[in-house]
Design a protein around this ligand. Structure first.
Ligand code: MOS
Length: 763
C-alpha cells in the first residue's frame, strides 16, 4: 500500500476530506514567494542584534559601549541605562490565558540583574545586520557575580512535588503501588535520564516591528497571534486593537514560538527607541540563548507483575527543571495514567529550580520523554516475564482509564499493534537479544506505544459565500508547515458542498477573527469545530433566502437535510444552486460568523468554551495513540546505530488530508529518532552556559539518518471530536525513542537508559 491508499473508512468522508491534496501554501514556499517575518521590506528599515550575558547570576557593574558605538552604521546601543521602561510581565491568570505567554518574568533592559547565562543585556540597532551583529559582540559588560545553581544533576535533590492545577495534575495515586511492587514476583525498578533539547526550526526566531505613533505592526513567526498581541499591548501600554500581528508563514516552531521571548520584545522596544522600523533575526546561537528548550529529566519507572503477565504495580516519578524566572511543569507521567490497566499506580512529577532560562513546550512536552522511560521499562519487564512485548501490552490493555475509570473517547491501540505487526513483519523476529544478524550488523526490532492527549481551544471563524460560488474562510490561525489551511479548505468544501478549489482560507493575521494557538496538536480540531458551525449557519441563511421566493424548490427545507453528500447546494438539489438563490435574492454574498472579537464577546466566548471543555474532560479521556515499530542495525565494533526500517500505525481519528497527516506523523518520528540517537543540549555545569548552541554541534537527524517511514492511520472517527478528528502534530514523536532503545537492546543485549544512545554507551 502507498500512503495514499487506506483501509476502508467509516469516517464521514466527502469529496475533499481525506484526500491527499497538495498544500495550498506549497507553490508560494517552493518558489520563494512566501514572505517570512524577516523578509518584509520597510523604507528606512534598521537591524538589531543582542548582547548576551556570560554569567549565570549577578549584576551588571559596567557597560562599555565605546567600541560598539564606533562601528560604522550603528544607530543606538540600548541597555538598562538608557532603555525606556517596559511594563512587567503579567502573572498567570485563568481569566486571561494570554498571561501564559510570558517566556520569562524578566523585564529586559529594565534591570541590571542577570538571571541566566545568555540573557540579553543590550540591543544594538544599526543600518545593516552585519554592523549590528559586530557591534553587539563589542559591547563590554562587567559583572558582580552571585552564586548560581546551574547544574541539573546537582539540583535534582532539591526538587519539590508539582502542585495540581485546573489543567495539569502533578501526580496521582491508586491503591498502594510500593507495597504491590514489593510483593510482585517479577519486577523492574529503573532510572532514566534525558538531556535538554532545543527546537531548531528552520526559520530562526525573527521579528520586524514598526511603530506609527501609538500603532504597532509586528511581523513575527509566532504560534499564537492573539497571545502575542495581548502580551505586547500589556508590556508597551497600548491598546491591543492598535497592534497588528502578521504571521502568514512560520518556518517551523515545535513549541519554541508559543511564548513571547526576548527577541520579539526587544525588537519592538528598539523600534520605539529609534523611531524607525527594526528587524531582528536571531542567530542560531541567539535562539539557544534566549528561547527556552525542553527540560532535562530524571525518571524512575518501577513495574511489578504476576507470572501471568498482568501488571500489579506501576510507579512513575520524574524530576524536571524550571527556571527561577519562568517555565513550567512538563507532563512526564501523563501517558502513565492511561496506557496500562494496573490496580496500583503511583505517579509524581517533581520540579527543581535553576538559575537558567525557562524551559518551554517542545513537541509533545512530557509524553515525548515520558514514553521513553515507561515504554522501555515495559519492554524490560516483558523480557523478565519471557513474554513478547506486544503480547505483554495486550494483556494489560485497559477498557477504561486506569486511574479513574473514565471512558476513552476513542482507543484503538490493539488494532494499531495488529496492523503494525503485520506490516512490519514482527513475526520474523527471534526473541533472544543478539540473535539476529545481517552480515556484520547486529539487527534488532523494538516496539513502543505512542500516546498524546487531544486538546481543543476556542476559535472565531467567519465564512463568506459569494454569488459566483467562491467561499472565503477567515480565521487568525497559524501555518507552521503542517498544512492547516489546506485541511480547513477541505473541511469547508465538503461542509458547503463546493469544490475544494472554490475555497480560499485567510489565516495568520490579527485582523482576522481570533484563532486558537497552534499548540497541543489542537489547532485543526479547534478551527474545524467553529468552521463546521459557521458553514451550517451559512447554509441556513441561504435556505432562508431561498425560502423567501415562491419559485424556489428549496422552500421549506432545512439546512440539516442538505448535506455535502447529497451533492450539497453547489450542484444544487432540484436545480437550485448558491448562485441562483443569491441572484434571485439580489445578494452578492452571504456571511456567517462564529464567535465575536468585541471585548465582551471574547470574554463570554472564552468562558463558554472553557466550561464546555472542562465538562467534556470530566466525561472523557481523549487522546491519539499508536504503535511504533523500529528496526535498527548496530555495528558491533564501532557501536554505530542505524535505524533501518520503521512502521508507525496511529489512531488519530478521521484523517482530513492523507498527505499532510502522514507528513506530520513522519516528522514526529524523525524528531524521535533525533531524540533517541543524537540530540542533546550540553550545559557547562560550572557556568550554566550552553556549549553547543548551533546545528554544527547539536545534531538533528539528516536525510541519511532516516529510512523510508511507513506510516499508517486507522482512520476511524472519534465520536467526541469535530468530524471525528484527533490532532496529529505530536503523537508521532511519542514512543519513538523507546522503540529505538528497545530495538538496540534486542540487537545487542545492552540497555541504554540515558539518552541519547550515542555509540560510546554501546562499547
Ligand atoms: Mo507544541 S509543543 O504544542 O508546538
Amino acid at each position: 500500500m502507498t500512503m495514499t491508499e487506506r483501509p476502508p473508512r467509516t469516517a464521514p468522508a466527502g469529496p475533499s476530506v481525506g484526500r491527499p491534496i497538495d498544500r495550498v501554501d506549497g507553490p508560494a514556499k517552493t518558489t520563494g514567494a512566501a514572505r517570512y517575518s524577516a523578509e518584509y521590506p520597510y523604507p528606512d528599515l534598521t537591524h538589531a542584534a543582542l548582547t548576551h550575558a556570560t554569567i549565570a547570576r549577578g549584576r551588571i557593574t559596567g557597560i562599555d559601549t565605546a567600541e560598539a558605538d564606533a562601528v560604522p552604521g550603528v544607530l543606538a546601543v540600548i541597555t538598562h541605562r538608557n532603555a525606556p521602561a517596559m511594563r512587567p510581565a503579567p502573572s498567570f491568570s485563568m481569566l486571561d490565558l494570554s498571561t501564559f505567554a510570558s517566556g520569562t518574568s524578566v523585564n529586559y533592559l529594565g534591570t541590571d540583574e542577570v538571571h541566566w547565562n545568555g540573557q540579553p543585556m543590550a540591543v544594538v540597532v544599526a543600518e545593516t545586520r552585519d554592523a549590528a551583529l559586530r557591534a553587539a559582540a563589542l559591547v563590554r559588560l562587567s559583572y558582580e557575580e552571585l552564586p548560581a545553581t546551574v547544574d541539573f544533576a546537582g539540583a535534582e535533590k532539591d526538587a519539590r512535588p508539582q502542585k495540581n492545577s485546573a489543567l495539569q495534575s502533578g501526580g496521582a495515586t491508586k491503591g498502594d503501588a510500593e507495597a504491590a511492587l514489593a510483593a510482585a514476583p517479577v519486577s523492574v525498578d529503573l532510572r532514566f535520564t534525558t538531556p535538554p533539547h532545543h527546537h531548531n526550526a528552520i526559520e530562526p526566531h525573527s521579528t520586524t516591528a514598526a511603530w506609527d505613533g501609538d500603532r504597532l505592526t509586528v511581523h513575527d513567526g509566532t504560534q499564537n497571534i492573539s497571545w502575542l498581541r495581548r502580551h505586547l499591548a500589556l508590556r508597551f501600554g497600548v491598546r491591543a486593537q492598535n497592534i497588528r500581528v502578521i504571521a502568514p508563514y512560520v518556518g517551523g516552531a515545535f513549541g519554541g514560538k508559543t511564548m513571547v521571548w526576548a527577541g520579539t520584545l526587544l525588537t519592538v522596544l528598539a523600534a520605539r527607541v529609534t523611531g524607525r522600523p527594526v528587524r531582528m533575526m536571531l542567530t542560531r546561537e541567539g535562539v539557544y540563548r534566549t528561547v527556552g528548550g525542553r527540560t532535562p529529566s530524571t525518571q524512575r519507572v518501577a513495574l511489578g507483575a504476576g507470572r501471568n503477565g498482568r501488571l500489579t504495580a506501576l510507579i512513575h516519578t520524574s524530576v524536571t527543571q524550571v527556571g527561577r524566572v519562568g517555565g513550567g511543569p512538563e507532563q512526564v507521567t501523563s501517558q502513565s495514567r492511561h496506557l496500562y490497566d494496573v490496580p496500583n499506580i503511583l505517579l509524581q512529577q517533581n520540579l527543581t529550580e535553576l538559575d537558567a532560562l525557562s524551559n518551554t513546550v517542545m513537541r509533545a512536552p512530557g509524553e515525548s520523554i515520558g514514553t521513553f522511560a515507561l515504554e522501555t521499562a515495559v519492554d524490560e519487564l516483558a523480557g523478565e516475564l519471557g513474554l513478547d512485548p506486544i503480547e505483554f501490552r495486550m494483556r494489560n490493555e485497559p477498557e477504561r482509564n486506569p486511574i479513574d475509570g473514565k471512558r476513552f473517547a476513542h482507543r484503538m491501540l490493539r488494532e494499531a499493534y495488529a496492523l503494525g505487526a503485520e506490516r512490519f513483519g514482527w513475526a520474523d523476529r527471534t526473541p533472544r537479544p543478539g540473535s539476529m544478524r545481517d552480515g556484520r550488523w547486529l539487527v534488532g526490532m523494538g516496539v513502543a506505544s505512542a500516546y498524546h492527549p487531544s486538546w481543543q481551544f476556542a476559535a472565531n471563524v467567519t465564512v463568506r459565500l459569494s454569488a459566483d460560488g467562491r467561499v472565503l474562510v477567515r480565521c487568525g490561525f497559524h501555518e507552521m508547515g503542517m498544512g492547516g489551511a489546506t485541511a480547513q479548505a477541505q473541511i469547508a468544501a465538503d461542509a458547503l458542498g463546493v469544490p475544494f478549489e472554490a475555497v480560499r482560507v485567510e489565516y495568520g493575521d490579527s485582523t482576522l477573527p481570533t484563532g486558537p494557538g497552534a499548540g497541543g496538536s489542537g489547532q485543526t480540531a479547534s478551527v474545524a469545530a467553529s468552521l463546521l458551525t459557521a458553514c451550517d449557519k451559512l447554509k441556513g441563511s441561504v435556505l432562508a433566502l431561498a425560502g423567501r421566493s415562491r419559485e424556489s424548490p428549496l422552500r421549506g427545507r432545512r439546512s440539516s437535510t442538505l448535506e455535502a453528500r447529497d451533492g450539497g447546494l453547489w450542484t444544487g438539489p432540484a436545480g437550485e444552486s448558491y448562485a441562483t438563490i443569491l441572484a434571485r435574492a439580489g445578494r452578492d454574498s452571504v456571511e456567517a460568523a462564529v464567535g465575536s472579537d468585541t471585548r465582551l464577546g471574547a470574554m463570554t466566548g472564552q468562558l463558554r468554551f472553557m466550561s464546555k471543555f472542562m465538562l467534556d474532560r470530566r466525561r472523557w479521556v481523549k487522546a491519539a495513540c499508536g504503535a511504533q515499530f523500529c528496526e535498527v542495525r548496530v555495528d558491533p565494533v564501532t557501536g554505530e546505530v542505524r535505524v533501518s526500517r520503521w512502521t508507525g500505525v496511529f489512531d488519530v481519528g478521521t484523517v482530513i488530508n492523507a498527505k499532510t497527516a502522514a507528513s506530520q506523523l513522519r516528522g514526529g518520528i524523525v524528531m524521535g529518532i533525533g531524540m533517541a540517537l543524537t540530540e542533546e543540549t550540553l550545559v557547562d555545569p560550572r557556568s550554566g552556559r550552553i556549549m553547543n548552541p548551533g546545528l554544527a554541534e547539536y545534531h538533528v537527524p539528516v536525510h541519511a539518518d532516516i529510512p523510508p517511514l511507513d506510516v499508517h492511520y486507522l482512520d476511524e472517527p472519534d465520536p467526541t471530536m469535530p468530524l471525528g478528528l484527533i490532532g496529529v502534530g505530536e503523537v508521532g514523536i511519542t514512543g519513538a525513542a523507546a522503540a529505538i532503545a528497545n530495538a538496540v537492546h534486542h540487537a545487542t543485549g545492552r540497555r541504554v537508559r540515558d539518552l541519547p544512545i550515542t555509540l560510546d554507551k554501546l562499547l
